[in-house]
Design a protein around this ligand. Structure first.
Ligand SMILES: Cc1cc2nc3c(=O)[nH]c(=O)nc-3n(C[C@H](O)[C@H](O)[C@H](O)COP(=O)(O)O)c2cc1C
Length: 199
């Protein structure tokens, strides 16, 4: 099983990146056969529709990594009531390649108020890509749950582990099970799960 992690924050002390580190630690100890590859999105240029078919090299590399992955763990901050531009820019580049189509994805947002608008936007945008959002997690006031750049709050550590396990469950399940996970997420946002088709 190959999992790609994507952080929508490029900050050096990112709470979202720290959540992905936690997920990675959890996978290393509980699922040693799972291969986890962090995606480097720092070199992804601003989206250009005229370059969709012949994208810049960092975009081509990212599309290939995402396309080859069995699932994605995506953590992104909320800025001014929406998902970070870094994240949306990356996702816009993925439209032309269909790299996210039917890809199981777990999304989280760590931010002051828990990033619920970022999560809502991610669920909608990813669903429009045809991706399968199988789990969401909101981490409120992350700074109060961290020490020296790592999460120390036991409830948050447990929640990230459960969030990670949901993705592993999805990538190892039947279509029906995965669709049930997706349905449990998307219906809350007014998205009809029938858009994802049948197995
Ligand atoms: C420009 C800017 C806008 C922000 N807007 C929001 C917001 O709308 N909602 C929220 O919960 N937090 C907001 N925050 C706080 C971020 O969620 C918080 O800084 C978070 O830790 C950023 O993620 P990171 O640590 O992974 O970089 C904002 C922060 C910045 C810098």
């Amino acid at each position: 099983v190959q999992i790609v992690t994507v952080s929508g924050s490029l900050g050096p002390a990112s709470a979202n990146q720290a959540a992905l580190h936690l997920a990675l630690d959890h996978l290393r100890t509980t699922q040693p056969t799972v291969v986890v590859s962090p995606a480097d999105v720092s070199a992804i240029p601003s989206f250009r529709p005229d370059q969709v078919d012949v994208p810049p090299e960092p975009v081509a590399t990212l599309r290939a990594a995402v396309g080859a992955a069995d699932g994605l763990l995506l953590a992104a901050p909320e800025y001014a009531g929406g998902v970070s531009g870094v994240t949306k820019n990356v996702l816009d580049w993925m439209v032309g390649s269909a790299s996210l189509y039917r890809k199981p994805i777990a999304v989280l947002s760590a931010g002051t108020t828990g990033g619920k608008y970022a999560i809502e936007q991610l669920v909608r945008t990813l669903s429009w890509h045809g991706a399968l959002v199988v789990a969401t997690l909101s981490i409120e006031a992350p700074a109060t749950k961290m020490s020296a750049g790592r999460y120390t709050d036991s409830a948050t550590i447990a929640a990230v582990a459960e969030w990670t396990d949901e993705l592993i469950r999805a990538v190892s399940s039947t279509w029906e099970t995965t669709l049930a996970q997706v349905t449990a997420v998307v219906v809350e946002y007014g998205i009809d799960p029938r858009r994802f088709g049948e197995g």
